[in-house]
Design a binder for this molecule. Sequence first.
Ligand SMILES: *Cc1c(COP(=O)(O)O)cnc(C)c1O
Length: 440
Amino acid sequence: MQYYSTNKKAPMADLKKAVVKGLAEDRGLYMPEEIRQMPARFFNEIDKMSFQELSYEVAKAFFGGDVKDEALREIVYDTLSFDCPVVEVEPRIHSLELFHGPTLAFKDVGARFMARLLQYFIREEEGERVNVLVATSGDTGSAVANGFLGVEGIHVYVLYPKGKVSKIQESQFTTLGRNITAIEVDGVFDDCQTLVKNAFMDADLNRHMRLTSANSINVARFLPQAFYYFNAYARMKEQGLLTYDNDGVSNLVVCVPSGNFGNITAGLFGHRMGLPVKRFIAANNANDIFYQYLQSGEYHPQPSKQTLANAMDVGDPSNFARILDLYGHSHARITSLISGATYDDEAIKETLRECLARTGYQLDPHGACGYRALKEQLAADEVGVFCETAHPAKFKEKVDEITHSDVAIPERLAAFMRGTKQSVALSKDFADFKEYLMGE
Ligand SMILES: *Cc1c(COP(=O)(O)O)cnc(C)c1O
């Protein structure tokens, strides 16, 4: 499969190049040249397949020509070592729980897949070690570090701003050791990102070591997120929850709390592959750029605003370019399939409390946006599922205070918090970062 750039000015890339480079030369996002329809037989049998089995079939449609079947099967099965179950919150409203992975958020799926695919490509050529540089304001660093932990031939450097990351988040990437190095930068997140960008452009460094990024726009992190939408459909079909119209489209509505729009775009790819979902809802926090686009047809990026659902604090969502490309830049096509919603912090708090009191289900601040949008927009003949993108314990302090509860900390999170912090302290000067890497 070849991949083109959404900016249409860079040459096509094969999968390996798209994964290693991440972003195209013209700064566009890679898109697969073809999105294959899954056969009718697949959808007929999907409710009898396990999460791993059906994900392998979906993975073959994306990556089948570029990765040998047996290796791809192993990558998928190894990535999905945890479940993404569908849980009923109340009649007709279901939670697709994406927080059962190592760092308790959905980014584990993409990060684990990418680590294993990158390893497959470098194993083939038996070259020198590959070094992944990633800047994080919290969640990305933990998903990438844990996704790559123990993957041979790859070393990860996580750059994070000193004192700007919560203790829980910090413990998830500073206590790992092995092939993961945490670098604590005396600066803010933007300084970390600038250091990483400068490193990729520095000729000496690139001669000294092989560098790559594990950005969330990478096709190997982004496309595997389609797997769990197929699983949500399969599990709901299995439970006899769905009805169908004359065209074979189900009454299932999928609602995704969105920031950079990678997660929902993977669901839209699933829809293009034939997944019989009726429509999608993109739930925003106060960063409502996409919501405004749906209303007006105009896209105006804004500086991001800080909210309770901070992993969705994005003022210029990267994957918007992929959505435009997928629907030929047609506002009408986009609004016929996707509706929007936006909630400020007050609404998020109210939703956390209301849902817990009435149903007993403890949401996290991101999932709260998804739950509320679904509840407000679901028609009487529809059934809905929203993505619960993180475990509430990741935001324990805030969630406990808002809902007057004491969220239990899962053992795998407690284990991180007991670990010993190991990190390299650096200034925000590129010269210091370069000197450090030249010594590695
Ligand atoms: C990253 C993240 C989101 C936003 O996902 P996008 O793919 O950027 O839209 C939502 N919730 C949580 C918990 C996240 O970590």
